[in-house]
Design a protein around this ligand. Structure first.
Ligand code: SAM
Length: 229
C-alpha cells in the first residue's frame, strides 16, 4: 500500500542529467506533498512538467535559507507536508538544505529522506577505484582555503572524491601536478547520465600532456586514487 504523506520534511533527490532517473516513490511524494521547496523554480518546473506534477513550488536557495527555514518549519507545524529538492541530485550534498534539516531535527519534526541520484555515488561506483572506503570532499574551494585544501589533500591516502566546476578542472589538475611528490591515478567522470557521459582515466602526470586534447566541458566528478600500492 502506498505510504500516506504526513506533516514532515521529505528530502527528494532528482536526476543529475537523465530525466528518467526518478524513483516511483519520489514522483508520488512530489505529487502528494503540499509544497515543494526548490533551489530554482524554473529548473524544478521542467521536472514537474515532465512528470505532470502540479504541486506548488517555493524557492529555497543558499541566499534565502535562513528566512525560509523558519517559514517552512512553521508550515510543517501547521500540518503541511514539505518536499525539499535541489536543481540536481540529492539535496544537502553540496547543495542547500542543511539549516532546514537541522532545525527540523531540533524541533522534533520528522525528516524522511528518499534514496536517489547523487553524482559522487554514481561516479565512484563506475570508476574501478577502491570503493569500500572513500572520502567525499565536496567542492574544491575556489579562492579562500584553496591552498590549504590542496595541501591537506596531498596528505590523504585512499580514494578521494570531489566536485569541481567545469571552468576550473584544468587549473585543479595543473595545481595538483605541481604540488604532488608522487604520481597517482585520476578519474574524471564527466556528464554522468547524459548523452556525452565519459570517464577519463590517466595518471596526473600524463593528464598534463593530454590537457589540450581533452574536452573539459560539462559537469565533473574528480576521483583521485591515493591508495598505497
Ligand atoms: N546535489 C548534487 C549531488 O547529489 O550530486 C550535487 C550538486 S553540486 C551543486 C553540482 C556538482 O555536482 C557539479 O559541479 C559537478 O561537480 C557534480 N555533478 C552534478 N551532476 C553531474 C553530472 N551529471 N556529471 C558529473 N558531475 C555532476
Amino acid at each position: 500500500m502506498a505510504e500516506e504523506v504526513k506533516p514532515a520534511l521529505y528530502i527528494v533527490p532528482t536526476p543529475i542529467g537523465n530525466m528518467d532517473d526518478m524513483t516511483f516513490r519520489a514522483i508520488r511524494i512530489l505529487k502528494s506533498v503540499n509544497v515543494i521547496a526548490c533551489e530554482d523554480t524554473r529548473v524544478t518546473g521542467k521536472l514537474l512538467f515532465y512528470y505532470k506534477i502540479n504541486t506548488p513550488m517555493i524557492s529555497y536557495h543558499e541566499h534565502n535559507e535562513a528566512q525560509k527555514t523558519d517559514f517552512l518549519v512553521n508550515e510543517i507545524f501547521s500540518g503541511k507536508s514539505v518536499a525539499l529538492v535541489s536543481d540536481a541530485g540529492t539535496p544537502l550534498i553540496s547543495d542547500p538544505g542543511f539549516p532546514l534539516v537541522r532545525k527540523c531535527r531540533e524541533e522534533g519534526i520528522d525528516v524522511i529522506a528518499l534514496p536517489g541520484a547523487s553524482a559522487f555515488v554514481t561516479a565512484i561506483s563506475a570508476s574501478g577505484f577502491p570503493s569500500h572506503q572513500f572520502k567525499f570532499l565536496g567542492f574544491v574551494p575556489n579562492t579562500k582555503g584553496r591552498k590549504k585544501f590542496m595541501e591537506a589533500l596531498l596528505q590523504e591516502t585512499g580514494t578521494l572524491v570531489m566536485y569541481e566546476s567545469p571552468n576550473r578542472v584544468k587549473r585543479f589538475l595543473k595545481d595538483l601536478n605541481k604540488m604532488k611528490e608522487e604520481d597517482f591515478k585520476i578519474c574524471l567522470a564527466r556528464e554522468l547520465t547524459k548523452k556525452f557521459e565519459e570517464y577519463i582515466f590517466d595518471t596526473i602526470e600524463n593528464i598534463q600532456t593530454r590537457l589540450n586534447d581533452l574536452t573539459l566541458k560539462g559537469e565533473f566528478v574528480i576521483i583521485v586514487d591515493m591508495n598505497k600500492k
